[in-house]
Ligand binder design. Structure first.
Ligand SMILES: *Cc1c(COP(=O)(O)O)cnc(C)c1O
Length: 430
């Protein structure tokens, strides 16, 4: 399978090139030249097929023989070596819990698959690769965990000081080994700018082989489509509505790919916090990206979602067609808190702020004949302050999770000034 740039259909690359480049040079995004159709009889037997086999079937459609079958099987086994259960919350609503991986958010799935594909492609190269990544919260931890101890790769993560939760920060700063963390005195946008400038800087590129593990990398989306199959596999209904709490819209893109490959999903709900450009587009047909607003569901604080263009691509930029399959929903901060509280009181289930938006969207939208599934994208312990505020009392979490807080943090302070950041990166080399 080849992947084209959404800005230029005749610019086409292999899976390997799409993974290693992350982005086409024309600033488009890589998109598969066709979405494969899965065999209907295979899909009918979904309930009997193992999770690894599903992953192999789906990903091999995109990857072909660029990674040998047995190696791909190993990559998938390692990617999903944790549970992805569908948990009934109420009669009509279930949560697909995507937080049982090492950094307690769905981004582990994409980051583990990407890191292992990259490791395969650079194997045998004598040069060390340095991955630079800016994070607003969950991506950095998943990337750190995904690449931890992978030979030939160093990871440098930039995060904005004071703007990530304590758990998120600790998942960046407590690895050691090939992972280093930089606490930048600035915003997430400043972190992103420093990364972009580094990629463009001639001196840096001479001394380091820089690469990115960007959330728009195709190798993160492909494995994210696996768990939509796992959701349907575990559902007892034939009329499933899947609700995806969304920020950059990668997760929803992966779900739409699963559906367009033949997976039976009746419709999708794109659920956002106050950053509601996509729900507004679905309502009005007008797409107007804006600066992001800070909310309690901070992993979804995105004003100009990068994967939206891929969703447009899937529907041939046809607003009516998109609206037939996806509806929008948006929830404010106060309602996030009341939803967390009422769901705990009614169902004895503690939501995280992102999942709360998904759950509320289903409560408001489901028809009696439908079964609702929302993606519970992170464990509530990752957003402890918000959850405690919502419940008005501290929650008791598993001892195992809380042990994590004893780990030692190591990080370097950096300013948002590029020349000094560059100096800092280079001085570390000698
Ligand atoms: C990244 C993230 C999201 C948003 O996912 P997108 O694929 O960017 O739409 C939602 N919830 C959590 C917890 C996340 O970490």
């Amino acid at each position: 399978m080849k992947f084209y740039s959404t800005n230029n259909k005749s610019y086409q690359v292999s899976f390997e090139e799409a993974v290693l480049k992350s982005l086409p040079p024309d600033n488009g995004l890589f998109y598969p030249t066709s979405l494969p159709q899965l065999d209907p009889s295979w899909l009918q037997n979904l309930k009997t097929i193992s999770r690894v086999e599903i992953g192999l079937k789906v990903s091999s459609q995109f990857i072909g023989d660029e990674i040998p079958y047995s190696r791909l099987e190993q990559i998938i086994e390692e990617t999903i070596d944790f549970d992805i259960p569908l948990i009934n919350i109420s009669d009509q609503i279930a949560a697909l819990e995507l937080f049982h991986g090492p950094t307690w958010a769905f981004k582990d799935v994409g980051a583990r698959f990407l890191s292992r594909c990259m490791a395969y492609f650079i194997e045998g190269s004598s040069e060390e690769t340095t991955i630079l990544v800016a994070t607003s919260g969950d991506t950095g931890g998943a990337v750190a965990s995904g690449f931890f101890n992978i030979p030939g790769i160093k990871v440098k993560i930039l995060y904005p000081k004071g703007k990530v939760s304590k758990v998120q920060r600790m998942q960046l700063t407590t690895w050691g080994g090939n992972i280093s963390a930089y606490e930048v005195a600035g915003t997430f946008d400043d972190c992103q700018r420093l990364v972009k400038q580094s990629f463009l800087d001639k001196d840096l590129n001479e001394v380091m082989n820089l690469s990115s593990a960007n959330s728009i990398n195709i190798a993160r989306l492909i494995p994210q489509s696996f768990y939509y199959f796992y959701a349907i596999q575990q559902s007892e209904s034939d009329h499933n509505v899947i609700c995806v709490p969304s920020g950059n819209y990668g997760n929803l893109t992966a779900g739409l790919w699963a559906w367009s490959m033949g997976l039976s999903i009746d419709r999708f709900i794109a659920a956002s916090n106050a950053n509601s450009v996509v729900p507004e587009y679905l309502d009005t047909g007008i797409y107007k990206p804006v600066p992001s607003l800070q909310t309690y569901a901070n992993a979804m604080d995105v004003g100009a979602p990068s994967n939206f263009i891929r969703i447009m691509e899937l529907f041939g930029k046809d607003h009516c067609k998109m609206k037939k399959h996806i509806s929008g929903f948006s929830l404010g901060d106060d309602e996030i808190l009341t939803t967390i509280r009422s769901c705990r009181n009614m169902n004895n289930y503690v939501l995280d702020p992102h999942g709360a938006i998904g759950y509320q969207a289903l409560l408001k939208n489901l028809k009696p004949s439908e079964q609702g599934i929302f993606l519970e994208t992170a464990h509530p312990v990752k957003f402890l302050d918000v959850v405690n505020k919502a419940l008005q009392e501290p929650v008791n979490f598993d001892e195992k999770l809380l042990n994590f807080f004893n780990r030692e943090e190591v990080y370097q302070r950096a300013t948002d000034d590029f020349p000094s950041f560059k100096e800092q990166l280079i001085s570390k080399l000698s």
